[in-house]
Design a protein around this ligand. Structure first.
Ligand code: NDP
Length: 245
């Protein structure tokens, strides 16, 4: 699984799943570009990783802003000379039942979760084609099975799965692989915000009977990013303790 010599860019990597993915890729030898909208948390994560001896570039960027994404990709390439792995991880929830869902919450979730991944993919394409690199999109089981109260989030993640498959077909002739991971119920700030009764109801539907950890997701991303997955593209791999089967 060695990623020695590779350069990886992970969006939304100041904390949570993105941070665990960045750490896992660094542990395999990749030089990692951390990026997030939260400057303080981003720099703190970068310092933590550097103190462990990893080679890190940290750059603030909002994935919905084309100019910031362009600067981010340019900074990665000029600092490290190439870009081999893009992980589109930045994402948010704004849950509500459809009748109560505000139009701005629909727009914001689609903008960050789906348009953000489109912009990062588009801006990173040239360096990724040059290095015959790969993309891993962080979708969700909710994009596969839907969920009451998450119409915006579900639509964004289903869209991300469509983006994954189309990009995989479009780029296969250039040697670029594109896959998605669909996490289930993972213990992060995002899920800690859920009320206890909702958490208990979700746990009842997980065959492996526990929440996932960010490291569970990071391990599968690391596999997809490496040569062990050289013949895998256009796939959506659930990491969900068996929620979807
Ligand atoms: P967190 O909220 O813990 O982390 C997400 C990170 O992305 C935050 O640091 C956040 O910053 C950042 N971010 C938000 N908006 C933007 C933006 N516009 N540009 C750049 N960065 C941004 O979430 P998780 O780690 O739980 O989730 C990571 C991914 O995994 C998301 O795509 C999520 O949908 C997906 N996922 C998570 C699951 C779970 O159970 N936790 C299950 C399935 C999928 P800020 O806090 O400032 O918004």
């Amino acid at each position: 699984m060695s990623l020695e010599g590779k350069v990886a860019l992970v969006t939304g990597s100041a904390r949570g799943i993105g941070k665990a993915i960045a750490l896992r890729l660094a542990q395999e030898g990749a030089r990692v570009v951390l990026s997030d909208v939260m400057e303080d948390a981003l720099q703190a994560t970068a310092e933590e990783f550097r103190s462990k001896g990893y080679t890190i570039l940290a750059k603030k960027a909002n994935v919905t802003e084309a100019a910031e994404v362009t600067e981010l990709v340019d900074a990665a390439v000029s600092e490290f000379g190439s870009l081999d792995i893009l992980v589109n991880n930045a994402g948010i929830t704004r849950d509500n039942l459809l009748l109560r869902m505000k139009e701005e919450d629909w727009d914001l979730v689609l903008k960050i979760n789906l348009k953000g991944a489109f912009l990062c993919t588009k801006m990173a394409l040239r360096p990724l084609m040059k290095s015959a690199g790969c993309i891993v999109n962080i979708a969700s089981v909710i994009g596969i099975m839907g969920n009451a109260g998450q119409a915006n989030y579900s639509a964004s993640k289903a869209g991300l799965i469509g983006l994954t498959k189309s990009t995989a077909k479009e780029l296969s002739s250039r040697g670029v692989r594109v896959n998605a991971v669909a996490p289930g119920y993972i213990d992060t700030e995002m899920t800690r915000a859920l009320p206890d009764n909702v958490r208990e109801a979700i746990l009842k539907n997980i065959p492996l009977a526990r929440m996932g950890t960010p490291e569970d997701v990071a391990n599968v991303v690391c596999f997809l990013a490496g040569d062990a997955a050289a013949y895998v593209t256009g796939q959506v791999i659930p990491v969900d303790g068996g929620m979807v089967m």
